[in-house]
Design a protein around this ligand. Structure first.
Ligand code: UT7
Length: 328
């Protein structure tokens, strides 16, 4: 069986930058609090005329060009997002049409929060193994459009972005997908949730009037604890499954939620600062887009070289986690 892996990388960041000082004008917060608690200095905000499919298409087109193929060559499209274009159908339908892809299998992997992209890679590898030759995988989020802009405890943490890869097999593979560890602990489903709009709490005038449609509930401390525990364990599991050692890791690309979470995972894994990629300072938490954006940047900046062993590790609402070992 030919190697299955990444053929091309792409990312897209909206041009509007919002700094911590910009937030301090709107809310009772400051650069010192946001920087010391999260490591975030600035984030991108999608323009009013941009929606999820615009960001997804921009990142996807770059990944297709990097892979040296066109949308017509795709056999499947998977979009990982919790901030879809519309309630239904899925963003993948809009993206298939926008890109001019054929009448291929296309679906969203929604609801798994920031773990969505790595989980989608896990699915894509299996699909290439079984049926599809080339799968486009996108992680995209416009969190700033669903979050509560008056809640300082959550609003300052998020930003908008999209990242994409093309997965395939054979000679063009730039990074082989070696092993995965994806899992779920639904006991923690309520520590990070947006309830309104589902069947438990449907949209209504009352809900809208009390701001329920933007009631983003987060138990920050519990999310922090679970994130560190699961991201470090999943990273160790993918190494074990690949028969590789921590010493062999060239770079870990973790979900970029918070610099303190990243540092805690790095310490648990016993890695140096240069072995872990960080861009949360520039973009904040962009949900399922953080890993593909960071991977595209690290690749472009020459932080990853041929022969490198790279580990992706992410966590998200659910509580889900997903990690992958990649051989560049
Ligand atoms: O993809 C998943 C997304 N979520 C996460 O990754 C979140 C994980 N959790 C965290 O990163 C941290 O728990 C936070 C950054 C959210 C919070 O840090 P913390 O050290 O756990 O702070 P805290 O929640 O204990 O809040 C401390 C204080 C509170 O004031 P009092 O009650 O002690 O007087 C908050 O009201 O900080 C206050 N606070 C703020 N102050 C200034 C909360 N948000 C802000 C703010 N600016 N933006």
């Amino acid at each position: 069986m030919a190697k299955i892996g990444i053929l091309g990388f792409g990312s897209y960041l909206p041009s509007r930058i919002m700094t911590n000082d910009d937030w301090a004008v709107l809310l009772d917060t400051d650069d010192e609090w946001i920087t010391s608690r999260s490591g975030i200095k600035e984030r991108r905000i999608a323009a009013a005329d941009e929606s999820t499919v615009d960001l997804a298409a921009a990142a996807a087109e770059k990944a297709l060009a990097d892979a040296g193929i066109t949308a017509a060559d795709l056999d499947e499209i998977i979009v990982a997002t919790d901030t879809p274009e519309v309630y239904f159908p899925d963003t993948a339908s809009y993206l298939q049409h926008r890109l001019g892809a054929g009448e291929v299998t296309a679906f969203d992997l929604g609801g798994s929060g920031c773990a969505g992209f790595v989980l989608a890679l896990d699915v894509a590898k299996a699909r290439v193994h079984a049926v599809s030759k080339k799968v486009l995988v996108v992680g995209v989020e416009i969190a700033t459009r669903i979050m509560n802009w008056s809640d300082r405890a959550t609003a300052v943490l998020f930003g908008d972005a999209a990242g994409a890869v093309v997965i395939g097999a054979g000679d063009g593979v730039k990074a082989e997908l070696l092993t995965f560890d994806s899992g779920t602990d639904g006991r923690y489903a309520d520590i990070l949730t947006l309830e309104t709009g589902g069947t438990r709490r449907p949209f209504s005038l009352d809900e809208a009037q009390r701001g329920g449609h933007r009631e983003f509930t987060m138990n920050g401390r519990e999310v922090f604890r679970q994130a560190v525990k699961r991201m470090s364990a999943a990273a160790e599991n993918v190494l074990d499954r690949a028969g590789r050692l921590k010493d062999e890791i060239a770079l870990v690309i973790p979900h970029q939620a918070n610099l303190r979470i990243i540092d805690a995972v790095r310490n648990k894994l016993g890695l140096g600062e240069e072995q872990v990629y960080v861009n949360v300072d520039r973009y904040g938490n962009t949900g399922s887009a953080t890993v593909p954006v960071a991977m595209a940047e690290a690749h472009q900046e020459g932080r990853i070289k041929p022969g490198d062993l790279v580990v992706l590790t992410a966590f998200g609402a659910g509580f889900h986690w997903s990690a992958a070992a990649l051989q560049f």
